[in-house]
Write a protein of this length. Structure first.
Length: 287
């Protein structure tokens, strides 16, 4: 019994529950902001369940694809696949099962557009972003597309279609990923290099270019978030978004000046705080 429980726990770890929490949060925000009529809890629940299944399958298949290189990094060597606690065949079966179940669930219980967007997210993450991580630092740029898709999935789940406003929300999450993931790349640069991942440009030995990127994308993120509400919102909403942006920018500027792993870690945590706060402000503004 204990062995079976450990196996179930390893299967659960393969789905990356900490990442799924963020995905469900952004999907929920997209759903709420995409509503044009009465709120139906069942609609949100079905959208979240289907999205969670596809996201869990994507995470599992991603680790199946990268198991060889995960074994070479300290931060991932103890994952279920490289450690041998789960076999590649088990992971492949679980990933495919979760992915197909999620896409089918969304198709049957939400709508075809939501299922299509979720499937496109899976395909672009596994077939474009994952292979490019070992080829070019541009992987972050391309990987930000599937990373921002949960907002569109949620919006489509509520509205059944997409709009200009959903595109702005997509842009917010797209831009947010750069300070978030580039900070991670700075923190684990040596670990990534050991496994052959090209998360940072080879020429950027002193990380000045990457730190400048983080500053530029953070400014673009703050401005885009403000533009999403500028035309019809109360001044208090814009003021709250400015304060949230200043909080994130403060840590980003400190990273740009210091370039230490500690400063990168603080940007990472600040980005995790900024996103739900900004989404909550946008949701409250709609209300």
């Amino acid at each position: 019994m204990e062995r079976q429980l450990r196996k179930i726990r390893d299967y659960y770890i393969l789905t990356k529950p900490e990442v799924n929490l963020l995905i469900l949060m952004t999907t929920s925000a997209g759903y709420y902001l995409g509503l044009r009529g009465a709120f139906h809890f069942s609609g949100l629940l079905h959208t979240l369940i289907g999205t969670l299944l596809v996201a869990s399958g994507t995470a599992t298949l991603n680790q199946w694809m990268e198991r060889k290189w995960d074994a070479q990094m300290r931060r991932t060597a103890n994952r279920p696949l490289p450690s041998g606690r789960v076999t590649p065949r088990e992971a492949l079966f679980l990933g495919v099962l979760l992915s197909l179940s999620g896409a089918g669930y969304l198709l049957l219980l939400v709508n075809a557009l939501t299922s299509l967007l979720a499937t496109a997210t899976l395909a672009s993450y596994l077939l474009i972003y994952t292979p490019l991580k070992r080829r070019t630092p541009l992987c972050t740029l391309l990987g930000a597309v599937p990373g921002a898709m949960p907002t569109l999935i949620g919006w489509a789940g509520a509205a059944g279609s997409l709009s200009q406003q959903s595109g702005v929300l997509f842009a917010v999450l797209f831009l947010w990923q750069f300070p978030h993931f580039l900070a991670i790349a700075l923190m684990y640069r040596e670990d990534y290099a050991r496994a052959g991942y090209r998360m940072l440009p080879a020429f950027d030995l002193d990380t000045r270019f990457t730190r400048a990127e983080i500053v530029a994308f953070t400014l673009a993120l703050i401005l885009t978030t403000l533009l999403s509400v500028a035309s019809h919102s109360a001044a208090s909403t814009a003021a709250l978004l400015v304060l949230a942006g200043i909080f994130l920018l403060y840590h980003v500027v400190r990273l740009a000046a210091a370039g230490s792993k500690m400063a990168a870690s603080r940007v990472l945590h600040a980005s995790v705080v900024y996103l739900p706060v900004a989404l909550a402000i946008l949701a409250f503004n709609k209300r």
